[in-house]
Write a protein that binds this ligand. Structure first.
Ligand code: SAM
Length: 182
């Protein structure tokens, strides 16, 4: 069985958009308790790799390399970059802040995590790679889409059935990294 209901969101998105491929190198940001990593490691298989990170400890999964730490921490970022000398085919982030319930606090925190994922993707994605990021509709979410459009040939918005009870939650997909001219 899967460790989290989140697995079904990734399965549904992947069924439509085919982000996960056998042999692929996948980065799972905010991976605990491991539902997405389970799905990813099954699909990438023994020739692929899954590199996962979370603030919280996660029970071992076969075929998944796990780093315990804050993805916003420069040392954690450097460690991950060091483990990806050939880059990644897919960066996926289901990271979410600890919700305080105060939208003016939670929304910027969530956007910041999405931006960290976008910056990281710019550093590790292969040219045909893809980025999948959890987002919340609200202040700044339109600007984030515009930012995605600056970085990717194609930007898609997905709201899997398993997210329907979480009204503001959705996922952005970027495919085909564009060279950025500052
Ligand atoms: N996709 C996961 C699954 O399928 O099991 C569920 C992820 S859960 C919705 C969000 C996770 O993001 C939490 O485990 C949380 O600890 C993690 N997270 C939030 N901020 C983080 C950060 N700065 N660095 C690493 N992980 C973070």
């Amino acid at each position: 069985g899967y460790r989290s209901r989140a697995s079904f969101k990734l399965l549904e998105i992947n069924q439509r958009d085919r982000l996960l491929q056998p042999g692929a190198t996948v980065v799972d940001l905010g991976a605990a308790p491991g539902g997405w990593s389970q799905v990813a490691s099954t699909i990438v298989g023994p020739r692929g790799r899954v590199l996962a990170v979370d603030l919280l400890e996660m029970a071992l999964l076969p075929g998944v390399e796990f780093i315990l730490g804050d993805f916003g921490d420069a040392a954690v970022l450097e460690q991950m970059l060091g483990l990806l000398p050939d880059g990644a085919d897919l960066v996926m982030s289901d990271m979410a802040p600890n919700l305080s319930g105060v939208r003016d606090v939670d929304q910027p925190a969530a956007l910041h995590l999405a931006e960290l994922a976008l910056d990281f993707a710019g550093r590790v994605l292969k040219p045909r790679g893809a980025l999948l990021v959890k987002c919340f509709e609200g202040a700044g979410s339109q600007a984030l889409r515009v930012e995605f459009a600056r970085h990717f040939e194609q930007v898609l918005v997905r709201k899997p059935d398993a997210s329907r009870d979480r009204s503001r939650e959705h996922y952005l997909i970027g495919r085909g990294m564009l060279p950025i001219t500052p």
